[in-house]
Design a protein around this ligand. Structure first.
Ligand code: MLT
Length: 327
């Protein structure tokens, strides 16, 4: 009898908390939301997040504030959200690094495929291979020759193991079969400052952080990793045209919430994301920065889940072949 009462009590309690979580989610959102960017302020992920968050806030009727939690190639920010309250008020906007980190880090402080709810895909940003302005090489062939001839001193900036800039740098080094000196930062925002100052030689970074610098001629640009040339950077050849097709990569971005976040909240976030991606201001800003919003069909939990699973499988053999692990 005692055991039966205990079981009945526990079941009632679980049902109650489920009911109250779902009841609470009915009025979601009732206060401001925090969206974590796992890289430093002023960089490409920060730029994309602030644009989308501002537009989503309008649809949700509550402000989304952006908080930068940089470090460990984006895994610190992801861990922050994996361990946050599953109430819909803490979110993560992260990119391809979510997939590569699942292999690069053998001891991640969260289970990539089971620690999050999926809200939807946001955009897919091309990368550009850059060098400091006074680099002699005028084309990719020349840059490769320079790198091979000076491999012990050529420095490549990135935002830590697991970052998009790390992945692209790794693809470049594998493609030219030359390992260069990598210099990690908390984001490519601060790394760009050092590239502009000539403190580092090379960086591969997203157009959302590089287009303006390339247009202004403050950096040397050698190639873009998209299959086609970009309207905003018409003179920049693709990696395929420049002879390194294996560097073709797009930096897809998605929004996540802690596992267990009520479905009602996730659905409202996904709808707000779809509205934001149709916002003409968001589309115009993305276009200026060499990217575009994900199609509505991709701004869904199912599409993001499928993308993440597919990309973990795609990069695992590439990373294992490179043998570059964070731990
Ligand atoms: C950033 O926002 O700093 C970048 O996304 C870093 C990276 O992944 O390369």
């Amino acid at each position: 009898m005692k055991i039966l009462n205990a079981v009945l009590g526990a079941t009632a309690l679980a049902a109650l908390s489920l009911f109250s979580a779902s009841a609470n989610a009915q009025g979601y959102p009732e206060r401001q939301i925090t969206m974590i960017v796992p890289f430093a302020a002023g960089g490409p992920t920060d730029t994309v997040t602030r644009l989308v968050a501002e537009s989503m806030s309008k649809d949700l009727g509550q402000q989304i504030i952006v908080e930068n939690v940089g470090g460990a190639g984006g895994t610190l920010g992801a861990a922050r959200v994996a361990n946050a309250e599953a109430d819909g008020y803490t979110l993560l906007l992260h990119h391809i690094g979510m997939a590569t980190s699942a292999t690069l880090y053998r001891k991640l402080p969260y289970d990539t495929l089971n620690a999050f709810e999926y809200v939807g895909l946001v955009t897919d940003v091309p990368m550009t291979l850059l060098a400091r302005k006074d680099m002699e090489a005028t084309d990719l062939k020349g840059l490769i020759e320079y790198a091979k001839a000076n491999q012990d001193k050529v420095t490549v900036a990135n935002a830590g193991i697991g970052a998009a800039s790390h992945l692209c740098g790794m693809l470049f080094m594998s493609a030219i079969e030359t390992s260069l000196v990598t210099v990690p930062y908390k984001g490519t925002g601060p790394a760009m400052t050092d590239l502009l100052g000539g403190q580092v030689d090379i960086m591969c970074d997203q157009t959302t952080n590089t287009t303006k610098q390339i247009q202004a001629g403050t950096v040397k640009a050698y190639a873009v990793t998209s299959p086609e040339r970009l309207d905003v950077l018409k003179d920049l050849p693709t990696v395929r045209e420049a002879g390194l097709p294996q560097m073709e990569v797009g930096i897809w971005h998605g929004i996540y919430a802690p596992k267990g976040t009520p479905k009602e909240a996730v659905d409202k976030l996904s709808k707000a994301l779809q509205v934001a991606l149709k916002d003409p201001n968001v589309a115009a800003r993305f276009a200026e920065l060499g990217t575009k919003p994900s199609p509505e069909a991709d701004a869904t939990p199912e599409a993001l889940k499928a993308k993440l699973e597919g990309e973990i499988a795609r990069w695992k053999p590439v990373i294992e072949a490179a043998g570059q692990y964070a731990d």
